[in-house]
Every structure is written in C-alpha cells, then in structure tokens.
Design a binder for this molecule. Structure first.
Ligand code: NAP
Length: 304
C-alpha cells in the first residue's frame, strides 16, 4: 500500500511535471578530488546512476561531535532564501539531490523553526526523505531506522501552529534545540509526545551554541552525520561557529538581483578573515537542456 509519505513524494514529482520537467537529469562528474575518494556513503544503484557515483561526505575533524553538511541551491548572484527551494530553478535533479540523495544515508536532518513550512500555505517541510526505493535501501542495506532524526532549531521556542507533520507525530523521532528563554514556550508543543524531546543550548535566543548541539546529537542521539537545511539565520550561525564540514551549494543558471532574498551566509559583520575552501567534487547535468540543465553541483569542505 502506498503510504501518505510516499504519496507526498509522488506529489512533488507531479508538481515537477507541471513545471515541464519530465525526468531526472543524470549528473556528469567534472572533477573528483582523489584525497576524498574513500569518504563514501555506500549508495543504491538509483543514486549512483543519477548522481554519477556514491555520495561523498567528509567527517568532522572533531570526533566528539556530529559532522555537518549544509545544502542550498542559489542563483549565480548568491540569492538563496526563496519561499520554496525550487524557485531558484535548480531543476528536478537539484530537488531530488536536496530531498533524497543527501538524506538516505544520514542520521539527522535539521532546520530553523520556520522551515517546517516555507509559508503557511505550504505542506509541512519534510525533515525526512520519501523515495520508496531509497527507504528500502536505508533500512535493509544500511540498517538504519526509517526516518533520520528530525531536528528543529528555535532560540525563541515559538513554533507557529505546532508540530504537525506525520513524521513528527507518529513515526519519526525529533529533537528541538532552544535557549533557556525559549524552553517555556515549548512545553505545550511537546507535552504528551513521547517521540519528541527538547535540549537547551544557550541562555537567550541569539546565543545558541552550535557545537554543543552537535556534541549532544552525537553523544545522546547517536548522530554521526547531520544535514542542515537552513534558513539563512541558522546556516550563518553554523558557519560563524565553524561547524560546517561539507558545503553542498548548488548554483542554478539564473540571476535574481533581489537583495531582499538572503544568501545562505548573511552575517551582519564579516568574518575576521576569508575562509578557504577545498573542492571535493564538481558535477553538472549530462543533458544540457531544460530547467536544471546547467545547474552546477560543487561540494566544498573548509580548509582548517
Ligand atoms: N534555496 C535553498 O536551498 C533554501 C534553503 C533553506 C531555506 N530556504 C528558504 O529560506 C526561507 C527562510 O528564510 P528566513 O529568512 O525566514 O530564515 P532564517 O533567517 O533562518 O530565520 C528563521 C528563524 O531562524 C531563527 N534564527 C536562527 N538564527 C538566527 C539569526 N542569526 N538571526 C535571525 N533569526 C535566526 C529565528 O527563529 P528563533 O528566534 O525561534 O530562533 C528565525 O525566525 C524559507 O522561505 C526557505 O524556503 C531556501
């Protein structure tokens, strides 16, 4: 029987057809750094075919915390925080990369509180993955639970409309990271929900200790790999606190020019010095036609 989640997955493919995208474009690897060939997550055939090989994920140099991958799609001029991820026009393969390819083998997926929905008319976002073929591979071959742990970050503890996704309420486990001030606002949200817990990682909403979050994820929730979806406030804090180990920042062949749409890195003050990055791989779609045809898939890690 097709579950509600699988329908959700199929739904999105139908949406894509509406936008004129007929099928996934396969990716061609333009560059592969030989130093990181062994950092693979064993991947199913479907992923290998579309992605052009196994997924590569570089671990954190700090062994006491979960490693982090940050995923975004942006326009050439760095605009990322569109209301919905496909609005940057990365195409269907970019969406599948964000929603499925980078999730089947990881232990937790996290986002700031408002990313439960892009806006109030949206389906609740999706801190899990849904392709039935990949779900089967995760549970049978990788021997992991059906859903990655869902992680929500909210300094204020204000989650509008509560936690309403299927994966939160019935099937998956989730944890909310908040501040001491935010804790009181979350009591009613988690009350009576045994699959949900709350952890405090700071005094006030804008003083969250991201490394502490990653240490708790590893020691208490057995999370080795954590995929961070944003938004910009959350990803900026992760970058400023030197927590991002893998940057998966896709570049769609589009221009926006709209400065109201934030970049994934939107610090008010610049970093004390430039952070150098090392390229792990660079991919592009094989079929260079249609939406998503020229989207670039670079994978960088910070030089530490
Ligand atoms: N293109 C992509 O790949 C992509 C990826 C991710 C998101 N997006 C889009 O980005 C949009 C979200 O943008 P947004 O501007 O609302 O996200 P945001 O800046 O991350 O703000 C969301 C929440 O994060 C918390 N937050 C954490 N650190 C913060 C900081 N330093 N400053 C301010 N707030 C901080 C705040 O809640 P608390 O006070 O409760 O902590 C805030 O309400 C969504 O529409 C989403 O679809 C696109």
């Amino acid at each position: 029987m097709v579950s509600k989640e699988d329908l959700n997955y199929i739904d999105r493919e139908n949406d894509s057809r509406k936008y004129g995208i007929k099928r996934f474009a396969r990716l061609k690897t333009l560059y592969q750094n030989p130093n990181y060939r062994n950092f693979t997550i064993k991947s199913p055939e479907k992923v290998k075919n579309i992605y052009g090989g196994d997924v590569i994920w570089v671990d954190s140099p700090e062994k006491d915390r979960a490693s982090v991958g940050l995923i975004y799609v942006q326009t050439l001029d760095g605009r990322a925080a569109f209301p919905a991820p496909w609005e940057a026009k990365g195409g269907l393969t970019d969406w599948y990369h964000f929603r499925e390819i980078l999730r089947f083998g990881i232990d937790a997926v996290g986002a700031a509180r408002n990313m439960r929905r892009g806006n109030n008319n949206e389906r609740p976002l999706l801190l899990s993955f849904y392709d039935p073929e990949l779900v089967k591979y995760r549970t049978n071959e990788l021997q992991k639970g059906r859903h990655p742990l869902g992680v929500i970050i909210t300094g204020s503890g204000n989650i509008d409309n509560g936690i309403d996704h299927l994966a939160f309420r019935y099937e998956g486990k989730s944890v909310i990271f908040t501040s001491k001030d935010g804790l009181k606002n979350l009591e009613s949200v988690v009350k009576g929900n045994s699959s949900m817990s709350v952890e405090v990682i700071g005094k006030s909403p804008r003083e969250l200790d991201m490394k502490e979050m990653l240490r708790i994820l590893k020691s208490k929730y057995k999370v080795e790999r954590f995929l961070a979806l944003g938004g910009p406030g959350f990803s900026t804090d992760l970058i400023k606190q030197d927590c991002v180990d893998n940057y998966f920042i896709n570049i769609a062949p589009t221009l926006s020019g709209d400065n109201r749409i934030k970049s994934f890195f939107s610090a008010e003050e610049s970093l004390p010095r430039l952070v150098d990055l090392e390229l792990v791989s660079l991919k592009i779609s094989k079929e260079n036609t249609g939406e998503g045809g020229f989207t670039l898939y670079p994978h960088y890690i910070p030089k530490r």
